[in-house]
Design a binder for this molecule. Structure first.
Ligand SMILES: Cc1cc2nc3c(=O)[nH]c(=O)nc-3n(C[C@H](O)[C@H](O)[C@H](O)COP(=O)(O)OP(=O)(O)OC[C@H]3O[C@@H](n4cnc5c(N)ncnc54)[C@H](O)[C@@H]3O)c2cc1C
Length: 434
């Protein structure tokens, strides 16, 4: 089952703009063989696992990172690149953590965006980071909610950089008739996620972490000195951190794995539009996201393409193909792009929890996991790595802040059943379409 789904997930990334425009190392990291030892064994080489590796190396711990595929194979190499402060459902954090707790969590999320910017500078990662982020409302009934969110961020959550935009000001920033209001954040922004992820992997190797590719963790034998078993060997370590995200095949106990579900999200990239035309679509090339439940997120790439993402309907009998469905959504926002060619289309799984709050926890005092970033993983994964490393070093306060969040399981058995159907259909659509 896992191998089958992995093959389908591979196919979804095959037509990815990111894979086409990033340079992977000439050779993959080696496959792990025999018995290896390290202070920390990290499972998963996405943003989260690589952040754990960097933060542990900064504290002098030896690190092994295992990936069933290779760095950036998962959501970290496929996402919208939107690098933003806050959480998917801030009100959940406020309710569960209280006034002080939510403020502390927000401070960490702001630190998360700062950390992305810092790492780009420190490790010289060329990933097209562009500052500027717009949250927009498409429906009259969602305008008051957007305003209330901005006011709460300013007054209760300690973030005073946000600027309110009325309909006219929003249209000056996004060349679309669709939006009725917006909030502009000059600190959040967007980047090329695969270039960023490969840059983190490169930095982790340079800092002394040992990365292994095509090495699936098949079992974690818990204990004082846990063992992570792989098909051809094992890792003995003091700490294990699972950063496997939402694609099935992780090693976590079923009850923990069922706290997240993989929700498919898709992105298209148009042909290059030319600098002038691209600039005219979104002022200063900010990233944009609306505040609907099935939201659209989009941005202009460094090479002047429109990258437009969202949740195309991939269930039921709708015959339209992925790229066509996404193109329709894009034209709904920008009718002026009707004649534009779509050159890339790809998909991946957003790791969501039921309440959309992130899920960090410890299965044992030396076995951590981080998951459920719920569409805010680009920035929050960095912080996840930092707070896990702090906890290992005996400073658990920030980790514990997140770990106290309560989560429910998704109903209907293992989280992968529904997406198994969904990805199966999408797989055939992508193959038909491109
Ligand atoms: C289409 C899409 C758009 C998105 N847009 C945004 C956005 O604009 N902004 C934002 O903040 N977030 C966004 N997200 C979410 C964000 O990408 C994720 O939250 C984030 O990348 C999660 O990082 P991760 O390291 O936890 O997981 P991943 O990047 O998925 O990495 C997990 C890794 O674990 C490996 N693995 C799994 N099981 C095992 C095992 N048993 N043994 C060894 N390795 C294993 C996998 O091969 C994979 O490489 C988006 C996600 C998708 C799919």
């Amino acid at each position: 089952m896992t191998a089958n789904l992995d093959a389908q997930a591979d196919a979804l990334a095959r037509h990815s703009y990111y894979e086409a425009t990033a340079t992977r190392p000439a050779a993959d990291d080696p496959v792990l063989e025999g018995v290896q030892e390290a202070d920390v064994c990290v499972i998963g080489a996405g943003f989260a696992g690589l952040s754990v590796a960097l933060e542990c190396r900064a504290r002098g711990l030896s690190v092994i990172v295992l990936d069933a595929h290779r760095p950036g194979w998962g959501a970290s190499g496929r996402n919208g690149g939107q690098t933003l402060v806050g959480f998917a459902k801030d009100e959940v954090l406020e309710k569960q953590l209280g006034a002080e707790g939510v403020r502390a969590a927000w401070a960490l999320s702001i630190e998360g965006v700062g950390l992305v910017r810092e790492r780009i500078a420190r490790y010289g990662i060329d990933c097209d980071f562009t500052a500027g982020y717009l949250t927009v409302a498409t429906k009259e009934k969602r305008v008051p909610g957007l305003r209330a969110w901005m006011d709460a961020a300013r007054t209760r959550w300690g973030y005073d950089r946000l600027e309110w935009l009325d309909a006219g000001a929003t249209r000056e920033r996004v060349a679309s008739e669709r939006y009725l209001a917006g909030v502009y954040d000059p600190f959040s922004g967007h980047l090329h996620p695969l270039k960023y992820c490969l840059g983190l992997a490169d930095a982790a190797r340079r800092e002394g972490a040992r990365l292994f590719a095509h090495t699936r963790a098949v079992e974690v034998v818990r204990g004082e000195r846990p063992l992570v078993k792989t098909p051809r060997g094992e890792v003995r370590s003091r700490f294990v951190v699972s950063c496997c995200n939402a694609v099935p095949g992780g090693v976590l106990p079923a009850a923990v794995a069922a706290r997240i579900a993989p929700i498919a999200s898709y992105i298209i990239a148009t042909e290059p539009l030319g600098r002038e035309r691209a600039d005219a679509l979104i002022a200063q090339r900010a990233a944009v996201c609306d505040n609907n439940f099935f939201l659209d997120y989009f941005r202009v790439s460094a090479d002047d393409r429109m990258l437009f993402g969202g949740r195309a309907d991939s269930t039921g009998a709708a015959p339209s193909e992925l790229a066509e469905a996404m193109k329709k959504r894009m034209i709904g926002v920008f009718p002026q792009l009707a004649g534009t060619q779509v050159e890339y289309a790809w998909g991946g799984f957003v790791d969501v929890t039921r309440n959309r709050a992130p899920d960090f926890g410890a299965i044992d005092p030396n076995y951590y996991y981080v998951q459920g970033f719920s569409g805010h993983g680009v920035a929050l994964t960095g912080i996840a790595g930092r707070v896990v490393a702090q906890a290992m070093a005996g400073e658990p306060a920030s980790f514990d802040l997140f770990a106290q969040l309560r989560h429910a399981r998704f109903p209907g058995g293992p989280a992968w059943r529904r997406p198994a159907l969904e990805i199966g259909m999408l797989y055939h659509r992508v193959l038909e379409m491109l």
